[in-house]
Design a protein around this ligand. Structure first.
Ligand code: NAP
Ligand code: MG
Length: 502
């Protein structure tokens, strides 16, 4: 593990100007103060200091945003043709692309993530996703069908696919620009309007996006962005009787609260993308030159703050020492530093609170008898900023919290296994079911195991391959519904069966 990189960083003039602008809520295409007039600080992950202040929106602001979204849904947005809606979305994709470096710097500053990954992943994926879903706006179909049962004559029936209405989008902090786009792009393609509640820890990219939304030509009220706390602004959105659907990404605990709120209020539709504790399984016959660095990247990318992070590593016993050694070596070589330094490979965690949470899991692991191989709760704790060393534990048991719970940090548990036929139940021994990764050269074993794993995504001899055309979401308590692909846009629609007597 190398020490903290500390190159002097100069920000783009556009980013400096953005940071200087006072931050406002975005309602009805206008930048407005929250009703309470209150703001809240957002932390600088690199120093632990204050990066900026954002509006602390609450239920009053959410209500104003929902009213704007409702008016746009019943009015101008609904009246626009799919091609016109697509044109706004393509325009926004172009604008994000034109401001790509700005977004990469803002994400790196606000989340702590490496500028190299923000440039390579967050921003280009977002641009591609907007174009992908702009294409869907003109390609949503209903269907016609013949009836068999009704007596007394011929009928003609057809099924319309209609937008579900006003959608509340609640966003986590790990990929703020991408995550908000995963929700609003398909919602807008389906003809819905939206109210976004960004994550309190990292709202800046969402607020910069608001400026481009205004520029892209969307009518007022189509996208509204209300920053604020989950327990006030987020909860008000989840409870709101005039919101037809919530699309949420975040923890399983908050996902359950949102489900309860939907049940208490108006039975709004839900898509929930929740946490994970995803296994990486390496067999003796794997291509180790590929498997070892991929398994390491699966947990250390974005400092482990990834819902599908490969946080449990299972290796066939004969290869265990070799794989462990390789993953440890990978971790040792990672250059740790502030996200904006181009040489950094592992940035700080998003907040000091998240750092405390991750360190506390490591303490629990040590107390319950796990063996620390590298990293641990004491390393890097004398430097400012929210740094956590890449950490690997062995000698774990299935009951330990570091094996069961989502840590959302650069912490890996590694375990050997003997019987290839018994790895599926072991990998499935979790209440999550988001993703799983298999490394083997045995094609039959790979597909047989893929079918037995309870996970919404299975990667074979690769990890974390995402595409807007590939549905993503969880089994079990990793969520319900899917994002991306045709399923992802249809999730923002209702079906209406219309029957005519001929
Ligand atoms: P979180 O604490 O669940 O927060 C997610 C969002 O919900 C935030 O905007 C939060 O607001 C809001 N919120 C909190 N309490 C709420 C309430 N009572 N009602 C309505 N909204 C509320 O999750 P996080 O810490 O931001 O993100 C980490 C978690 O997200 C991890 O568990 C991770 O696995 C999961 N995640 C899943 C995926 C996926 O695709 N499956 C992707 C990324 C992350 P505040 O910011 O104010 O708390
Ligand atoms: Mg921040």
């Amino acid at each position: 593990m190398s020490t903290i990189a500390n190159q002097p960083i100069s920000l783009l003039p556009e980013v400096q100007a953005f940071l200087k602008r006072p931050k406002r809520l975005f309602i009805n295409n206008a930048f407005v103060e929250p009703a309470s007039g209150k703001t809240m600080p957002t932390e600088d992950p690199a120093t632990g200091g204050v990066l900026d202040h954002i509006p602390a929106g609450d239920a009053t602001d959410i209500d104003a945003a929902v009213r704007a979204a409702r008016a746009a849904f019943e009015g101008e947005w609904r009246a626009m043709s799919p091609t016109q809606r697509a044109a706004c979305m393509f325009k926004l994709a172009d604008l994000i692309e034109q401001h790509a470096e700005e977004f990469a710097e803002i994400e790196s500053l606000d989340v702590g993530k490496t500028i190299t990954s923000a440039r390579a992943i967050d921003v280009p994926f977002t641009v591609f996703l907007w174009r992908y879903y702009a294409g869907w706006a003109t390609k949503l179909y209903g269907k016609t069908l013949d009836l068999s049962l009704p007596p007394g004559g011929a009928f003609f029936s057809y099924v319309r696919r209609e937008p579900v209405g006003v959608v509340g989008c609640i966003i986590p902090w790990n990929y703020p620009l991408a995550q908000v786009s995963f929700k609003i792009a398909p919602a807008l393609a389906a003809g819905c309007t939206t109210v976004v509640k960004p994550a309190e820890q990292a709202s800046l990219a969402n607020l910069r996006l608001a400026e481009l939304i205004a520029e892209a030509g969307f009518p007022p009220g189509v996208v509204n962005i209300v920053t604020g706390l989950g327990e006030s602004a987020g909860a008000a959105l989840a409870e709101h009787p005039d919101v037809n659907k919530i699309s949420f990404t975040g923890s399983t605990a908050v996902g359950k609260l949102i489900m309860q709120a939907a049940g208490r209020s108006n039975l709004k539709r839900l898509t929930l993308e929740l946490g994970g504790k995803s296994p990486t399984i390496i067999f003796d016959d794997a291509d180790m030159a590929e498997a070892i660095p991929t398994a390491a990247a699966a947990i250390f990318n974005n400092s482990g703050q990834v819902c599908n992070a490969g946080s449990r590593l299972y290796v066939q016993r004969r290869s265990f020492d070799r794989v462990l050694e390789g993953v440890v070596e990978y971790a040792q070589k990672l250059r740790i530093g502030i996200g904006l330094d181009e040489s950094t490979q592992l940035g700080p965690l998003v907040t000091s609170e998240q750092k405390r949470r991750v360190l506390s899991y490591m303490d629990q692991g040590l107390r319950s008898g796990a063996k620390l191989v590298i990293g641990g709760p004491d390393v890097l704790q004398d430097v400012p900023g929210n740094f956590v060393a890449p950490s690997i534990f062995t000698n774990t048991t299935p009951e330990m919290s570091i094996v069961r719970e989502e840590i959302f940090g650069p912490v890996l548990v590694a375990m050997p296994f003997d019987d290839p036929d018994e790895i599926a139940p072991v990998a499935n021994q979790t209440h999550y079911g988001l993703a799983a990764t298999i490394f083997t050269r045995d094609i039959s074993r790979a597909h047989t195991l893929a079918a037995r794993l309870n996970a919404g995504a299975v990667w074979i001899n690769c990890f974390g391959v995402f595409d807007p055309n590939l549905p993503f979401g969880g089994f079990k308590q990793s969520g319900m519904g899917r994002e991306f692909s045709q399923e992802g846009v249809e999730a923002f629609t209702e079906l209406k069966a219309v029957t005519v007597k001929l």
